[in-house]
Design a protein around this ligand. Structure first.
Ligand code: GUN
Ligand code: ZN
Length: 426
């Protein structure tokens, strides 16, 4: 049976970074028809309601119905160490991250955190995500198993490291290749799950390991490849020491076959002009992780890159300080302000939905409301707290109504989510 959802609708017919705000569409009294896990139609409620008298009605009143949020870069194994105090990247990895990731050798621990993380993501309106796992193949099995139970579209991969990581968190070039290949063959394309080839970053991989993963990517060109790029200046100086032959940080990946369409680089803050040019030529994706970039003290991403590259938005949990893509949009807005560009609410919302979908090469499936798209949705209460309600009460446009929720909203603003056409509430 079909479902008919009533509420305000927000969707996109183009990219607001390239086409302006007219790329965003709003229907104040809208309806969305869903059947078989997909969106069948959308439009004015006054037209769709009488046309589909047999559909089951879900009346969300003045709530906003949108494509669910897509978190394009997260470390689910860092769920329990989110909001750890006082470190910058390298010390934060050594003191907080690596000890926690060590615990994922235990499959029961990995299963428990996978379940907790996905429940937290859904509670915050995130219906799809691309995560790093740990070095342990079981950590990939754990997240995919829990995602499969929830029928979520999820990407993950074994995080490969063969140097500069503690005993127990290191693999080798060969075992990284073998384990990644086995996981890829086991999971990639099963239900809504996709494997991502995942070298953590150049400081923790030898050139031999990067080359082995480049080879694997060549053998499985339809996979994505994710890693970190130019997050902190100390990190870039370290990469220079470790790779004296390389022209720059990006070159450490390019030299080993890890730069082309389908490459997804997190952070990418301190890029040289040469790196920007090569990223554009190659058609690579970047992921902006604003709460992480301020929390770990990394720097201010140049959102101007969204005009010439695929750019997604992400929490980077637990380097990021929130599970909420609303908080993440707020942080992106504030970073934009510091760089002299006030991002429009339409741009922020697009980044968290279609932008992330494009960065993951899934924009034809998720991240927008349109006939044929998978029905992964978020229903947002635009008056979820007294502070937000009083600020949005005097709004005259959808953007004025939405912006207080972007800036001050959290999981209380998430009325519900729908995954592949099924509501997450009774
Ligand atoms: N660079 C390499 N690993 C990580 C990580 O886990 N988090 C962040 N923020 N940066 C990284
Ligand atoms: Zn990361």
């Amino acid at each position: 049976m079909a479902d008919l959802l009533l509420g305000q609708l927000l969707y996109f017919t183009a990219d607001p970074f390239r086409e302006g705000v007219s790329a965003a569409q709003h229907i104040s009294e809208g309806a969305l028809l869903i059947e078989g896990g997909k969106i069948i139609a959308l439009g004015e409620a006054a037209a769709l309601r009488p046309a589909h008298p047999g559909a089951k009605l879900h009346d969300y009143g003045r709530d906003l119905i949108s494509a669910g949020f897509i978190d394009a870069h997260v470390h689910y194994p860092q769920t329990a160490i989110i909001a750890s105090w006082g470190k910058r990247l390298i010390d934060w990895l050594n003191d907080y991250t690596f000890p926690e990731e060590m615990r994922f050798a235990d499959p029961a621990y990995a299963a428990g955190i996978s379940s907790r993380y996905l429940d937290l993501a859904l509670a915050h309106g995130t219906t799809s995500l691309c995560s790093y796992a740990t070095i342990h193949p079981g950590s990939v099995d754990a997240l995919f198993t829990e995602a499969q139970k929830r029928n979520m579209r999820v990407w993950t991969g074994k995080t490969c490291m063969d140097r500069n990581a503690p005993e127990g968190l290191r693999d080798t070039a060969q075992s990284a290749y073998d384990d990644s290949k086995a996981l890829l063959e086991k999971w990639h394309g099963t239900d809504r799950l996709s494997y991502v080839i995942t070298p953590r970053f150049s400081p923790t991989s030898t050139p031999e390991q990067l080359a082995a993963l480049g080879q694997l990517w060549k053998e499985h060109p339809d996979c994505l490849m994710q890693t970190h790029l130019s997050e902190q200046t100390d990190e870039i100086a370290w990469v220079k020491e470790l790779f004296p032959q390389s022209r720059d940080y990006l070159d450490t990946y390019e030299a080993q076959g890890l730069l082309r369409e389908g490459a997804v680089y997190g952070h990418a803050i301190w890029l040289t002009e040469r790196e920007k040019d090569r990223l554009r030529e190659a058609g690579a994706s970047l992921v902006h992780c604003p709460t992480s970039n301020t929390f770990i003290g990394s720097g201010l991403f140049d959102m101007g890159l969204a005009r010439s590259l695929r750019v997604g938005l992400a929490t980077d949990t637990g380097g990021g300080s929130s599970f909420s893509m609303l908080h993440t949009m707020a942080a992106a807005y504030e970073i934009g302000q510091l760089r002299g560009e006030a991002l429009h609410p339409a741009q922020l919302w697009w980044l968290a939905t279609q932008g992330s979908a494009r960065a993951l090469h899934a924009e034809d499936k998720i991240g927008n409301l349109a006939p044929g798209m998978e029905a992964d949705l978020v229903v947002v209460d635009l008056a979820s707290t007294p502070a937000i309600a009083q600020a949005s009460a005097r709004a005259e446009t959808i953007w004025q109504a939405l912006f207080p929720t972007i800036m001050m909203g959290d999981d209380r603003a998430i009325r519900t989510t729908w995954i592949a056409g099924k509501p997450n509430h009774a």
